[in-house]
Design a protein. Structure first.
Length: 310
């Protein structure tokens, strides 16, 4: 259900962009651009697993409703007033919502899907780019300079890029799971009987290897690499981790990385920057570092470090 809500929001976002492109080509000032910021922000909150009351949706769409009413009610002699209102509200929306997505501290929380976060950040950055060029158009408008063909073409191009990214994302999300399942269904399930003695041997060997050689510091370390180094089969290691420890390989690997990060925080008196600390601990992104640190330690790395330095 969570995935469906996210995809519905992105689909509405993409359709809105197509409508906005047509409106710009027709030089029609209907304020549909005011829906993009709220939809982007709602998609962001959705991925943070935030339950949003209906009234919350309504409040964020009030500017769109008000400016839409003004679009139909103000007469031709008040076109200049309407365009000032249109530009100011649109520029505010195009700056505030993308900035919330990019700079929000909520990303310390457990994000549902890192791929979705990257998509939202790309859309937010493109939104800020549109804000920049729309701001130039507004400044020219105030100066009675209406030669904004270049800026309008850039904005339309950015919107087309947005639509292309959204289309690729939605199509890949729809078809890749089915392909994955179809391919998996054709593969024979490899099983192996593992005695209690062998389980204990695997446990001892891989833990010793991980601690002594610190293999977890490799951000691209995989189950295949562990099997090759340890001499145990991939199937048996996977059985031990999944069936005996009840965790996925990445989660098991993260326990070593988080413990290493905690040691680094204490050894350096909390002076390391979090991005640098994440890299030193084997995480390939700040988001993954925050998620696993909070999961295993109980609080975000920034809070943990701040408590230590007080």
């Amino acid at each position: 259900m969570k995935k469906n809500i996210f995809e519905i929001l992105l689909t509405i976002f993409g359709i809105g962009l197509l409508i906005q492109i047509l409106l710009m080509m027709k030089r029609y000032d209907f304020p549909i651009a005011l829906i993009f910021g709220p939809i982007l922000f709602f998609a962001f909150l959705d991925q943070l697993n935030k339950k949003i009351p209906i009234i919350y949706y309504f409040l964020h769409f009030i500017p769109f409703i008000i400016v839409s009413i003004l679009f139909y009610t103000l007469g031709e002699n008040q076109v200049i007033l309407f365009r000032h209102i249109y530009f100011i509200t649109t520029l505010s929306s195009l700056f505030i919502y993308p900035a919330l997505v990019i700079f929000s501290k909520k990303r310390d929380s457990s994000f549902i899907n890192e791929k979705n976060l990257i998509l939202l950040e790309i859309l937010a950055i493109l939104g800020l780019a549109i804000f920049f060029f729309l701001n130039i158009i507004y400044i020219n408008h105030i100066s009675n300079n209406f030669t904004n063909v270049y800026e309008q073409l850039v904005i339309i191009s950015l919107m087309v890029i947005n639509v292309g990214i959204l289309t690729w994302f939605l199509i890949s999300n729809r078809f890749s799971p089915s392909v994955f399942n179809e391919n998996n269904s054709k593969k024979p399930v490899e099983t192996a009987y593992i005695s209690e003695e062998e389980i204990q041997l695997i446990k001892s060997n891989i833990n010793q290897i991980m601690e002594t050689e610190k293999l977890y510091l490799d951000a691209h370390f995989s189950l295949e690499k562990l099997a090759k180094i340890s001499g145990h089969s991939k199937v048996k290691i996977s059985y031990y981790i999944k069936d005996q420890l009840n965790v996925e390989f990445e989660d098991w690997l993260a326990t070593f990385r988080v413990n290493h990060a905690v040691d680094l925080i204490h050894k350096n008196d909390g002076n390391l920057k979090l991005e640098y600390l994440a890299n030193l601990s084997g995480f390939d992104s700040r988001t993954a570092f925050n998620k696993y640190f909070k999961h295993y330690v109980g609080e975000s790395p920034s809070n943990y470090r701040n408590k230590l330095t007080k």
